[in-house]
Design a protein around this ligand. Structure first.
Ligand SMILES: Cc1ncc(COP(=O)(O)O)c(C=O)c1O
Length: 397
């Protein structure tokens, strides 16, 4: 791929970014999506089998197969398919024994589902800051914050300011880049916190040789239509604890204890099961995941090379020691150019390259404005500087 020449007339940052994106993606005249699904494998065949057999809903063999294939791909002992990533997160928090009134440490730089899942169990998200390498939770800053605000009482981390137990830490692998998991797991261990990974965006991303989602006690994946692998809508809970895995399956399938004709349920369960027809799509998608990852990484390498010469902006690389799925390719504007973010979004979208900003930070949303938080300076700076670029696997063909 020819690197675009950034000459003096392109010194304007939005124009330089557009020229660079055009150099990487070419100017086909057609609108380039941010992330579109790719169905080049046995999707039609498996879906047809569901329709022909009538097994489109809660029964059928594809769910079991999808769970086995997911466990094998991620190296997790258990994978439990769910209706979406949000329901998977809800189950993770229930199984982490987070109780009403507890606090759960959650990054403010995340999609709203991470914080909402905490609210679903009656707990309160306690927002934490991010670091600049991975955009994930800043372990050192979190440690300092806990030293400042928390203490351990009878083996439980307690927020001295609110008096509430801080039960868990949810980390998120932003745009697919693995967070600093070793350091975060250390913080969780020292402060008696259950570590949960929101791995919704990071299927195929590896941290020091281990697939993301394997370091926390529990983790959640998403197979929404915009993710690397899609089931239309869907998610999964991963865990390496067999008993927790069995409980996850039980809770997501209405907690039914009886086989055959009986309808007996032994706790409040949920209808979070992934339908067979969605799992069929997922099985076909997983077969092609290595190819999709290879092409997504090739595309990221092209962006990386092209942006190396562009002043005022940095291409977000996978953190050292990790292999990212590069779910969404990302550039971070220098602080001096933060005010131009909307110009960058405007010029790219006008030219047919779909680009988007990062989520509004959680602590700014009306329902979370009163939530406890640490100093969130870096996330606040990042919020106005992030631009996601077209990232579909097909762009790496
Ligand atoms: C970080 C994160 N968490 C959770 C979710 C929720 O997943 P779903 O849309 O499948 O409910 C998503 C994606 O949508 C996400 O990006």
């Amino acid at each position: 791929m020819v690197r675009p020449k950034i000459d003096s007339e392109l010194a304007d940052v939005p124009s330089a970014i557009l020229a660079t994106v055009r150099g990487v993606l070419g100017g086909s005249g057609r609108r380039v999506a941010l992330h579109e699904p790719e169905f080049r494998g046995r999707e039609w065949e498996y879906l047809k089998e569901c329709l022909d057999s009538g097994w489109v809903s809660s029964g059928g063999s594809y769910v079991d197969r999808f769970e086995r294939d997911l466990a094998a791909f991620t190296g997790s002992a258990c994978a439990v398919a769910t209706s979406n990533g949000t329901s998977a997160l809800h189950i993770c928090l229930l199984l982490a024994r987070v109780k009403p009134g507890d606090e759960v440490l959650v990054p403010t730089l995340t999609f709203v589902a991470t914080a909402n899942a905490v609210s679903y169990v009656g707990a309160v998200p306690h927002f934490v800051d991010s670091e600049a390498i991975s955009l994930g939770v800043d372990a050192a800053k979190l440690e300092a914050h806990l030293r400042d605000t928390a203490h351990i009482v009878d083996g439980v981390c307690v927020n001295q300011r609110t008096g509430a137990p801080i039960r868990a830490l949810v980390v998120m692998h932003v745009f697919g880049h693995p967070a600093d998991l070793d350091a975060l797991a250390d913080v969780a261990r020292r402060w008696h916190l259950v570590l949960i990974e929101d791995a919704a965006e990071s299927l195929g991303s590896v941290y020091h040789g281990r697939h993301t989602g394997n370091i926390g006690l529990l983790s959640a994946l998403s197979f929404n239509g915009n993710k690397v692998v899609t089931t239309g809508g869907g998610g999964a809970v991963l865990t390496n604890d067999a008993a927790i895995g069995r409980h996850a399956k039980h809770l997501t399938t209405t907690a039914r204890t009886s086989a055959g004709w009986g309808f007996v349920h032994d706790e409040v369960g949920y209808n979070y099961r992934l339908p067979n027809i969605n799992a069929a799509l997922g099985c076909a998608q997983l077969e092609r995941l290595p190819s999709m990852l290879e092409r997504k990484r090739a595309l990221a390498a092209r962006y990386d090379r092209a942006f190396a010469d562009v002043d005022g902006v940095r291409f977000l690389r996978e953190p050292p020691g990790t292999s990212s799925n590069y779910w969404l390719n990302t550039v971070v504007l220098d602080t001096a150019h933060a005010a131009r973010r909307d110009d960058v979004l405007g010029i790219l979208n006008d030219a047919g390259y779909m680009a988007r900003p990062v989520w509004t930070l959680m602590h700014k949303l009306p329902m979370y404005r009163a939530s406890p938080r640490m100093d969130l300076t870096l996330a606040e700076q990042l919020e106005s500087r992030i631009v996601n670029l077209p990232s579909s696997a097909s762009l790496g063909d």
